[in-house]
Design a protein around this ligand. Sequence first.
Ligand code: NCD
Length: 300
Amino acid sequence: MPTRHIISIGDFDRDDIDQLLDHAAQIDERKFDENALKGKILAALFFEPSTRTRMSFESAMARLGGSVLSVGSVEACSMAKGETLADTIRVVSGYADAIVIRHPREGAARLAAEFATVPVINAGDGAGQHPSQTLLDLYTIRQSMPIDGIDIAMVGDLRYGRTAHSLASALSLYHARLHTISPTGLELPANLAENLEEKGMEIIEHDDIRDVISTVDVLYVTRIQRERFPDSASYFNVASSYRITPELLADAKEHLIVLHPLPRVDEIDPRVDDSPHARYFDQSRNGVPVRMAMLMQVLQ
Ligand code: NCD
């Protein structure tokens, strides 16, 4: 049987996604075997900062009776001695039943999958993809409305934001209409936009969130990915250039939900947290049942 990696959201078709989200919903209702992954070990290789992704994978494994082995950082492992990623992955494959990896280089998870003899889950590869985040984003949308045919506005750093890339790709399977609002220079990569349009997705660029706030169903806000900028001057040129406020949301549809993969910097005013539109903390909580469903898929 081929090893079941999860590298890109493109590895899933729509039925796969719907089934996984249905499974996550059952898990959310506490319908799961607490020993489903007893004796299984997940290796967590996080070569970039992470709070939610890492901890929710750990929590997911613990809730299913499995355990997690971690490497703290590049400095703390043999990659600091010059070991290649390929060799690290070959070795770790001998210690664990699956590997979850976050790495600053785009394509790193795909490379890891080539050398691994156990399933690899991509927890973010540079500005590339973040499929587990997308699954929990879709799950959160589905808690409020059917995903089919939604109007979604993606706001922020759509150039480097891997969560936006993966989510836009998945939404092309659900006939969503995508509105984009980003600072100059941080637009959705042209090759991704072309690819989505070829799949029939309508993408509309706007200069100002106010142009779409009264028409969209979902507002997906992202942080400017400072760590991917070539220098700090170019970051400060665009920093703090957009902010979601209660005043802005006054014109929103009643059912509009505001999502953010987190961490936020200053792009959502904390006063929005108490609004009925705010769903970003539910969204981060949803990481656990969704990642439990993913782990059961690759490990059982
Ligand atoms: C995101 C990431 O790492 O891409 N964080 C996350 O996993 N929730 C978003 C970000 O860092 O801006």
